[in-house]
Design a protein around this ligand. Structure first.
Ligand SMILES: C[S@@+](CC[C@H](N)C(=O)[O-])C[C@H]1O[C@@H](n2cnc3c(N)ncnc32)[C@H](O)[C@@H]1O
Length: 258
């Protein structure tokens, strides 16, 4: 079920879009993508998803329904420019504290600027670190969220076991990710949009199509709803469920550390 496998020469390989690369090389390639797109990341999200990412992120926040009391602690991994953390803090009536963790300083830099403008800095901490090796003690957080991030992580099973470790007993995992489209006509339209339009928009807006080619390819390589749910169970989570958004273009997976 893992995305990593043994190559012909005996090393570990994983997918970087449609290419197979040594597992140790993927993170560097992913980091280049997000360094390049950081400044235009938010506008490109609106273009690529025709604004739908906002609806999915709102739905994720609604599903979490954060407690409206101080002391509620959320870790938003691969938090990038802060979209999920901002929503959670607002949904808690500015009571919750969110740690935005990302491996990429360029993405976090944009996030910190946005937080300042929104007057949310007091409720947020920005941490540059790897989802595979979280710099937190066990049993630290009430919730762990990750949106459109986990497919970029080279060893997904390691990130999931780290999520399990840092959550408190009774804590909640929520993963929002692109998934498998379950409507026969929509999947053809979605394919055409993804592989033709998105890299072209990427080039027009950011001057470079390649990062967007990677992003659309990586969506196709990510495990489907059932297979990803099985990976979450393997990491130790209980009551694992998922909800499709827009016929499975995205899916929200949920699990509990019980
Ligand atoms: C598509 S963005 C998602 C950002 C944000 N969660 C959102 O929904 O808008 C993916 C993020 O994953 C981050 N990322 C990739 N690999 C990571 C890793 N191993 N650990 C932490 N973050 C990582 C990237 O730097 C990037 O900011």
């Amino acid at each position: 079920m893992s995305d990593s496998r043994i190559s012909a020469d005996g090393g570990m390989e994983t997918s970087y879009g449609f290419r197979e690369v040594p597992t140790g090389e993927k993170q560097g390639l992913v980091n280049e993508v997000f360094h390049k797109v950081a400044k235009r990341y938010d506008i490109m999200n609106d273009v690529m998803s025709m604004g739908m990412h906002r609806v999915w992120k709102d739905a994720m926040t609604g599903a979490l329904n954060p407690r409206k009391e101080p002391g509620y602690k959320v870790l938003d991994v691969a938090g990038g420019t802060g979209d999920i953390a901002f929503r959670i803090v607002e949904a808690s009536n500015r009571q919750a504290h969110a740690t935005v963790l990302d491996i990429n300083g360029s993405m976090l830099g944009v996030g910190a600027e946005r937080a300042e403008k929104k007057g949310l800095s007091e409720n947020l901490t920005f941490v540059e670190a790897n989802a595979e090796d979280l710099p937190f003690e066990a049993n630290s957080f009430d919730a762990y969220t990750i949106a459109f991030g986990i497919r970029n992580v080279p060893r997904i099973e390691v990130a999931l076991s780290e999520a399990y470790r840092v959550l408190k007993r009774g804590g909640r995992l929520l993963v929002l990710e692109f998934s498998e489209v379950e409507l026969p006509v929509l999947d053809k339209i979605y394919d055409a949009w993804s592989f033709n339009a998105i890299p072209k928009f990427g080039k027009a807006i950011t001057g470079d199509a390649e990062p967007y080619q990677y992003l659309v390819e990586s969506i196709r390589k990510f495990p489907n709803q059932e297979n990803f749910a099985a990976m979450i169970r393997m990491a130790g989570f209980s009551r694992v469920t998922y909800t499709n958004y827009t016929a499975g273009i995205a899916a929200l997976h949920s699990g509990w550390k019980l």
